[in-house]
Design a protein around this ligand. Structure first.
Ligand code: FES
Length: 149
């Protein structure tokens, strides 16, 4: 991790105001912003960790926990909610044993809730990695997760 971090920070030498691009690049390399990375970025930008956390937590794009190998996102927007999105989420939570925002202990899956994927006609929708799964049902959630084991 140290080398990847140094590589990112080296490419931003002389651009000390570039907090967001630096954090984006670090997250791109590491998959998330671990405490150690935030500490290094703060040192590089000659500011405090709390300033970096203050900025990073403002943006939903940054995550501070290690993501799973696969990311399951369940839509809970209006169209999906009306068509049983909560049931899809409940099933995913039960199957994976994690809450939304959580990652399984084997780091295989992360679970997230999403407000709308923009494909409401396919509701209820779940996306795993970049693949959209339409008209989900609890049994489809189980099949889907089983197919990754
Ligand atoms: S509400 Fe789920 S895709 Fe739009």
């Amino acid at each position: 991790m140290k080398e990847q971090l140094a590589e990112v920070l080296d490419s931003y030498k002389g651009e000390r105001g570039a907090v967001i691009p630096i954090l984006q690049k670090v997250q791109e390399k590491l998959g998330y912003l671990p405490e150690e990375a935030v500490k290094e970025v703060a040192r590089f930008l000659r500011t405090s960790e709390s300033v970096i956390y203050g900025i990073a937590t403002f943006y939903a794009q940054f995550r501070f926990t290690r993501p799973g190998e696969h990311q399951l996102k369940v839509c809970l927007g209006t169209a999906c909610h009306v068509r049983g999105g909560e049931l899809i989420m409940d099933t995913a939570q039960r199957e994976l044993g994690v809450e939304p925002g959580g990652t399984t202990s084997d780091y295989k899956f992360s679970l997230e809730r999403v407000a709308c994927f923009g494909c409401c006609a396919l509701a209820p929708v779940a996306v795993i990695d970049k693949t959209v799964h339409s008209r989900m049902s609890p049994s489809k959630v189980k099949q889907l997760l089983d197919s990754y084991h």
